[in-house]
Each structure stands twice: as C-alpha cells, then as structure tokens.
Design a protein around this ligand. Structure first.
Ligand code: NDP
Length: 293
C-alpha cells in the first residue's frame, strides 16, 4: 500500500523582520507551502531561494492562503498592512506584540471583516525559534476552535500555550512574564552595581546570582496561593516586619558602595506602606494589593 505524506497546511506570513524570518524558515524546512510578504522586499527575496512564494502586495499574500500569520513591529503596522486586504474567510493569527486592549480590538476588527482571529504573544527570541530544547513558546488566545485547527502548524516554529478565549489574554500573559523579567533584570543590575568598584570579578558573581534567583523563583507559587485563598499569612517564613527592618541595611550598603538605590526604593516604599497598614505577619503578597488601582 502506498503511504501518502501528510499534507502540510499552506501558510501566508506577513512581516519578515528578525522574528518573522526565523518563523518562516521553520515552515519552509518542514515542507509547508509558504507565501511571504514584507514591506521592504529584500528579506522575502532571501526566502524565495528556500522555496517561499513572494507576494507583490499584502493583499495578494492574504488572498493566497486561508491561514494568515502576521508578525509585524506593532499594532499600528498591523493596521497599515492589513487595512488594504480582504480578510473574509481568513484564519488570522497575529503574533505582533500588543497590549491586551489592542488585541481585543484587533479581534473585533478582524471579526467585522469576516475573519476568525487568534492572538499570540511570543515567549522566545529569534535564535530560539525552531530549537525546541530552548523552551520557547507562544501564548495563544482567542478562538479555541481556530487554535485546535491550526495547532500542528503553529507548533512548527516553537511551543504553543493556549490561555483562553479572551483574545487579550495572550498579550496579558506575555506582558506579565516580561514585566517580571524586567524586575529581575533590575535586581541583577543593582547587584552588579554594588560590586562594580570592588576587586570582584563580575563573572564570579554571575553564577551565584543566577543560582540565587533560581532558588527564590518558586516563591511565586506561595504568592499565588495567598492570592487565591485570601490568607496572606499561611506558610510565611520571612515576615514583612522583619524584611522592612532589614531595608536600611540595603540602602546604607548602596550608599557605602556609591550606588543609587533608585531601583530598590519604590519596592521598599510599598513594603513599608503595607507594614504601616498592620500586616507584619504577612510576607510580600500584600504589596500586590497596593499596586492594583
Ligand atoms: P523587526 O524590527 O526585526 O521587524 C519589524 C517588521 O515589521 C519588519 O518586517 C518591518 O518591515 C515591519 N514593519 C514595521 N512597521 C511597518 C509598517 N508601518 N508597515 C509595514 N511593515 C512594517 O522586529 P521583529 O521581527 O523582531 O519583531 C516582530 C514582532 O515580534 C514584534 O511585535 C516583536 O515585539 C515580537 N517579538 C520579537 C522578539 C525578538 O526578540 N525579536 C521576541 C518576542 C516577540 P520592514 O522590513 O520593511 O522594515
């Protein structure tokens, strides 16, 4: 009996920047027919040699396939590129980084033009695309049916994590994780600044820092339990009162080392405020309630 190869879903991809190009190569490598368009032609021409079809216009690219994937700079560029196209009957997957509100508005915009819509937030940098062991993935939200229909094709470049029917949730998860990352980078920047003028090799601090951050990261699970139950004191080992009492040591050390405390002070101020409101038996969960307006 003859074995027929599984048919690969044809893909249209709009946007061939660093990320779009990395995505494109994975679909080409796995034998998906790929139609590409980019405002500046050069990146598309480079992919043609690997088998991509080049569309002369965004409208022609959209017309070529049902599955249309967009990976442009921002929401404004999505508007610029898609507004002259006919989206009716298209499965639009937007991997452009946006805010949750922009993603929700874009979903309504797409539905009004007769398209189904899935939003994505990419948790990877281009070198991680097509390399599963790097752990990269894309958050998806919007139509579950659409996600299931194209799951295999979407999983070609990197992992997939579906986070709900609300089209804003992929962007929200994306920005939540990246915001936490910047907090971590801010802490690491302060740590390196503290040793900057000392006879300490930064490369000896780096592994200590990485291991410490890794050891502390699971604390987020207790924070989540506190938020879910409303009991901010369960399992607390480092009380807020103790932690606030320790903050002058951090600030004085910064001063002694000639380092600005500007990355630490906003957080310390919130800790002190929470303590003043009489929550010394908690740990740091209560700070979250001070942030939510
Ligand atoms: P690049 O800056 O490399 O590419 C931007 C792309 O958008 C290019 O294709 C560019 O076209 C196009 N573009 C910008 N403005 C317009 C416009 N007004 N009209 C038409 N096309 C436009 O960005 P990336 O490829 O790196 O990023 C793409 C998306 O992926 C972004 O939303 C980014 O946040 C997200 N992302 C990127 C990551 C990364 O590490 N690179 C990581 C995670 C997410 P042209 O070539 O003609 O300039």
């Amino acid at each position: 009996m003859t074995q027929h190869p599984v048919e690969k879903t044809p893909v249209t991809l709009l946007g061939l920047g660093a990320m779009g190009t990395a995505l494109a190569r994975t679909w080409l490598t796995t034998g998906h027919p790929l139609t590409v368009w980019n405002r500046t032609p050069a990146p598309a021409k480079a992919l043609a040699a690997d088998g991509a079809s080049i569309a002369d216009t965004a409208a022609a690219a959209v017309a070529a396939n049902t599955l249309v994937i967009v990976c442009l700079l921002d929401d404004t560029s999505v508007d610029d590129v898609l507004s002259g196209t006919d989206l009716s009957g298209r499965d639009l997957v937007n991997l452009t980084t946006s805010t949750p509100a922009q993603a929700r508005a874009r979903a309504e915009w797409a539905h009004a033009r007769g398209a189904r819509y899935l939003d994505g937030g990419i948790m990877a940098v281009p070198p991680m695309i097509g390399v599963p062991e790097t752990g990269g993935y894309v958050f998806y939200s919007g139509s579950r049916e659409l996600f299931e229909r194209h799951r295999r094709t979407l999983a070609v470049p990197t992992g997939t994590t579906y986070v709900g029917e609300d089209p804003g949730f992929a962007a929200l998860h994306d920005i939540a994780l990246l915001s936490a990352m910047y907090g971590m980078f801010a802490g690491a920047a302060h740590a390196f600044a503290l040793i900057r003028k000392e006879a300490i090799d930064p490369t000896t601090l780096a592994p200590l820092l990485a291991d410490w951050l890794t050891a502390m990261a699971p604390a987020v699970h207790q924070t989540a339990d506190h938020l879910r139950t409303g009991d901010y004191t369960s399992g607390v080992v480092s009380h807020l009162a103790m932690q606030v009492a320790g903050t002058p040591t951090f600030l004085t050390t910064a001063e002694e080392q000639g380092v600005s405390p500007q990355l630490l002070t906003p957080y310390f101020e919130l800790m002190r405020r929470r303590l003043t409101e009489g929550s010394g038996e908690e740990d740091l969960t209560g700070v979250i309630d001070l942030l939510v307006r």
